[in-house]
Each structure stands twice: as C-alpha cells, then as structure tokens.
Design a protein around this ligand. Structure first.
Ligand code: CTP
Length: 403
C-alpha cells in the first residue's frame, strides 16, 4: 500500500513553519494522494490559500461558510471521508484547543469530527514546547489515540536553539507513507471485545458494581484495530472515550452485555472478554427507591449467565477466544481450570498479588496460558503494552488456524 489514492486532510495552523507544508503537499500530490488543505484563520498570515490551492490542485478551506457562493463547508463529511488527518504545523494554541475539544474554527471542527487516524506535528518556540501545559496537552492528544510527529531540535525562528522545529517535509511524507505501508495482518478479520464493569440495579438509584475501569479492554480493542481488525467494543459503564475507528456498543447490566455479545459473536474471528461481569444480580429490582426501614437488609442474588462460558460452548474452529482471570490463590491452577471449563484458546491471568496490576491503574502484569498448558509470564507494563502482547498472541493464533 502507498499514499496513492489516499484522501488526506491537512490542517495548517498559524506558525512560521506553515511554509514547509507547501513542499509536503507537492510530495503527496506527486505520489497521487488527494489532498484537502484546511487553514486556521491565522495560518493565512503565513501562507496563502492560492499557493496551497495550486499545489494541492484543490480549493483550500478555512471558513465554515463560503459566503460569496452560499456554501457551507461540511466539517463532518471532511472528517469522515478522510483516510488520514495531519495537523501541521500544530501550534501550542491549537494543541490546547484540540486537547480540550474547543471548536472555534473549521480546522478544529474537522479534527473533532474526524473518524480517521490523526497525526499532529508540533512547531513552536523552545519554552512554549517545554511548558508543562503543552506537554500535558500532547499527552492528552496521545491518550485520544492521535499520533505525534515529534518536533526536531535546531535553530528556531526566535533565534533560540532547541526542540520545537517542525519536522521537515520529507520526514512528514515518510511518516505518512509508512503509516499506509504498515502491514495490517488482521485486515478483513472481525473482533469482539468486552470491557469495563457491569452495574446490576437494586433500585432506580443503586446498583452492585465493581472497580473495573475498562482501560485494559479499550487498549486491546485499539491494539487489534491498529493491526487492521474491524473491532466492536461492548463496554460496561466507563468514562473512557471511544478509540478512533472502533464501533462501540454501551451496555449497563450483565444481561445486556450477554445480548450484545451474542449479537456479534457468530461473525467474529477474535473474541476477547475482558469485562468484569457481575457474577450475581438481584433477584428483584425495585422500581421505587428503597427506604431505610429495617435494621438489617438483605438482597437476594441470582447467578448471571457466564457470557464467556456460553460463547465457549458455541466456539467454532476459526475463532480465537480469550478470557481473563483474576485470582488470589492457586493462580495457575485456577486459571487453567477456567480455560478448560470455558473452552478458551487463551486465558490472561491478572494476579492480585502483584503491585501495579489490576483494575483501575495504567499498568498490568499478566501471565498468559494456552490450551497446551504453555505459560508466558510478562513483566509489569503499561496496559497499552500488555494489549499489544495479547494482540500479538492473537495474531499468531489466527495465522496458525488459518494456515
Ligand atoms: N465472565 C463472563 N460472564 C460472567 C462472568 C465472567 O463473561 N458472568 C468472563 C470475564 O469477562 C472473564 C472471565 O469470565 O473473561 C473470568 O471471570 P471470573 O469472574 O474471574 O471467573 P469465574 O468463572 O466467574 O470464576 P470465579 O468467579 O469463581 O473465580
């Protein structure tokens, strides 16, 4: 794959480095990409719409409205139809607005509605770049799944020397073409991932829940998507944003999670059940708020359906099915037993005894067991890295069963 035929939106912000984008656009157009340039209002001070319209062979957009022709520039469509959006140069001001969801120009509105991968290439003065506010905004954008093309170190427009220079046009071009060249080994595969807790209603204001943040499952969904899989993420109540390019189905209770998983299971090649599903749910849910009358109060609970086990019963040979186990004692033995009982290909064991592993943090330490009792122990890592290890194992399994 190359950039040929790819539709790339390039957002240019108001920085002296904007002139470099003219060369980038030329390189991309030469490689037969189709380019739509959007200028922030200040960018027009540094580079002219006419120059960019000429090199991109496409009218340049900047305003929500083209008043003279009575045309509205539909940012939603721009963001949806693109294969990639690059914001370069990305100024401190625009990074801040992007991180916070501000939307006071067409470029930012397009960024907010972009469904495609987004790259941003910062350019600014040394001190602005190093300020904690800018660094925090960059981290926020990376947590949204946006990819940074890091600034270079060198002489800056102010005369200062240090990091803050926009990457050169050929570097930006290489980054973009590498992205499209990247192998997508799970392309054409469908994945179903469950994540987060479930909430089992007691009455209209109370529920039984757990501390699962959903971070592990969301990271797995992202890792599978980045390998090219088409991912459906069935999520219990979490505050996490949906990773770009992933279809999300929100559910609340174990029963709703079961129904959603049943709906997507048959078409899925890869199924990862990382949700912390409630094992029990109240026998009755009061439709009125329960008043405090008695000294002691009992709630009768009944078992929920074990979603993973029920999917394990229906599993076919082309499918990779992965479950999770959280154990406090006899860890390996219990996890292997779970793997066999639920007819899984792999089980990811989280140990409660390891510091840094578990529900709400950003790190995890896992051991992955397979049907042949092979045990792979991993170090304490970020959940994103753990997700990537799990995705690699899934890829190997899919390759083996489709060989
Ligand atoms: N799971 C599920 N549906 C449930 C309960 C659990 O799909 N109703 C899945 C989880 O998503 C996880 C795995 O089963 O992948 C492990 O769940 P866990 O609760 O640890 O195991 P159990 O089999 O319920 O055993 P126990 O609670 O006795 O440890």
């Amino acid at each position: 794959m190359s950039v040929r035929g790819k539709h790339i939106v390039i957002g240019i912000c108001g920085s002296i480095a904007a002139y470099k984008i003219t060369s980038l656009v030329r390189l991309l157009v030469k490689a037969e990409a189709s380019i739509q340039v959007i200028l922030s209002p200040d960018a027009k001070e540094f580079v002219t719409p006419l120059t960019l319209a000429t090199v991109s062979k496409n009218p340049v957009l900047s305003d929500y409205f083209d008043r003279s022709n009575g045309v509205w520039n539909n940012h939603v469509e721009l963001g949806i139809s693109a294969d990639l959006m690059l914001i370069a140069p990305a100024t401190a001001n625009s990074l801040s607005k992007m991180a916070n969801g501000a939307c006071d120009n067409l470029l930012l509105a397009t960024y907010l509605s972009a469904k495609c991968p987004v790259f941003f290439a910062p350019a600014m003065d040394l001190d602005m770049w190093q300020h904690p506010a800018t660094q925090r905004n960059v981290s926020i954008l990376e947590s949204y799944g946006n990819k940074m093309i890091a600034p270079n170190s060198g002489e800056l427009a102010s005369g200062l020397i240090g990091p803050g220079r926009l990457a050169e046009p050929d570097e930006l071009f290489e980054f973009i073409s590498d992205f499209f060249n990247e192998e997508r080994p799970l392309k054409g595969k469908k994945a179903l991932v469950s994540a987060g807790p479930t909430h089992e209603a007691i009455d209209p204001v109370r529920f039984i829940g757990n501390h699962s943040s959903g971070k592990m499952g969301f990271a797995i969904a992202e890792a599978l998507h980045s390998l090219g899989a088409e991912v459906t993420l069935v999520s219990g109540p979490t505050t996490l944003p949906t990773p770009p390019g992933i279809t999300r189905k929100d559910v609340t209770s174990a029963q709703q999670m079961l129904e959603a998983c049943n709906q997507f299971f048959d078409n899925a090649d890869i199924i990862v059940m990382s949700a912390a599903v409630a094992d029990y749910t109240p026998v009755e849910t009061s439709d009125q708020k329960i008043k405090k009358k008695e000294e002691t109060f009992q709630i009768r609970l009944k078992k929920t359906v074990d979603i993973l086990a029920s999917l394990g019963n229906r599993k076919t040979t082309g499918q990779t099915l992965i479950g999770f186990a959280l154990e406090t004692n006899n860890e390996l033995e219990n996890a292997l037993d779970k793997l066999n009982r639920k007819n899984l290909d792999y089980i990811v064991l989280n140990s409660m005894q390891d510091e840094g592993a578990g529900f709400s943090g950003d790190t995890n330490k896992v051991t992955i067991l397979d049907k042949n009792k092979r045990v792979q122990k991993f170090e304490l890592k970020s959940k994103k890295e753990v997700a990537s290890d799990i995705a690699t194992i899934i890829l190997q399994h899919q390759k083996a069963i489709n060989a």
